[in-house]
Write a protein that binds this ligand. Sequence first.
Ligand code: NAD
Ligand code: MN
Length: 362
Amino acid sequence: MKSYRIALIPGDGIGKEVVPAGRQVLEALAGTESGFQMEFESFDWGGDAYRKHGEMMPANGLDALRGKDAILFGSAGDPDIPDHITLWGLRLKICQGLDQYANVRPTRILPGIDAPLKRCRPEDLNWVIVRENTEGEYSGAGGRVHQGFPIEVATDLSVMTRAGVERIQRYAFKLAQSRPRKLLTVVTKSNAQRHAMVMWDDVAREVAKDFPDVACDKEMVDAMTARMVNRPASLDTIVATNLHADILSDLAAALAGSLGIGPTANINPERVYPSMFEPIHGSAFDIMGKGIANPVGTFWTAAMMLDHLGEAAAAARLMQAVEQVTANPALHTRDLGGTATTAQVTEAVCAAITSSRPLATA
Ligand code: NAD
Ligand code: MN
């Protein structure tokens, strides 16, 4: 029987609640006749490690991850530690260190979810946002000079390489090609940012030639926010820079009902390194420790992980169980207007998995 080595990094805040929930549904799934096993190893990296050792993760932490088949991640972010330290010390260190350059964020309105847009039917909103995940505005290049003095200067340098731009756009074109509508929207801001963003447009035009069956259009990021709200059905696959797609994907998750539902995959497409899967949300300080975090984002994320591992039937079975549960308002957590707890939703998804019949293998 196939066995997958999965690293679990719950991290901080509600990450510590939703990652164990994710493990529970994966175990339920592997325990059915899915034909595979999962070997979990948990890493207690994050804010607590920082308080103890002065580091979010050990210096050689990436070595422990390289041999894994995939990583399930919760969140980095602690109320008592500055956000740039927690984010750079853990999540960005892993994404950049394992060259997970494609951040993939699907959005759909799941059954039973009351999404905020008035005239948007569930079939009108079915998107995948592809975010460049290793450079651009979050390259980390820059610094502070004359720190603390009135003449202080601070820079965050956006670094766009042609290779980096081309590989993310190729990934997005391929993904668009694999979806029924074969439609890609390239988001930039090439009117105001006249160097790197113009290069994005140039590269898009060149890469598009290799994908003649994909319809490709272009949108400025500011206009894109309005289009997402006013004409959601006009979009399918979307590609954008690290910063732009970060913002657009939170908007997308909110338009689909809640930040607690959205999944994310940080993919190393060449599979030289393991890819990392995480819910789109952060540590949610306001609700951490209360047992009311919505675990659905982590479950959907786990389904993306299974797909990546080549377990499409198990992934479909998991999503079917998740959708069966979201369809029941009695099983909605507080972010969806309900009163269900993390544990109740998790148990309901596990029960739906166990009582479901295995789907035909794809
Ligand atoms: P957040 O996603 O943690 O929370 C935003 C709001 O959404 C909060 O009101 C929260 O209660 C709600 N929410 C989020 N996930 C939920 C869930 N699963 N169920 C129910 N409600 C949910 O974003 P924030 O407040 O901007 O950030 C808090 C911390 O998390 C910061 O330290 C930030 O840097 C970090 N963060 C980390 C990541 C990551 O590691 N990938 C992503 C985003 C934010
Ligand atoms: Mn974000």
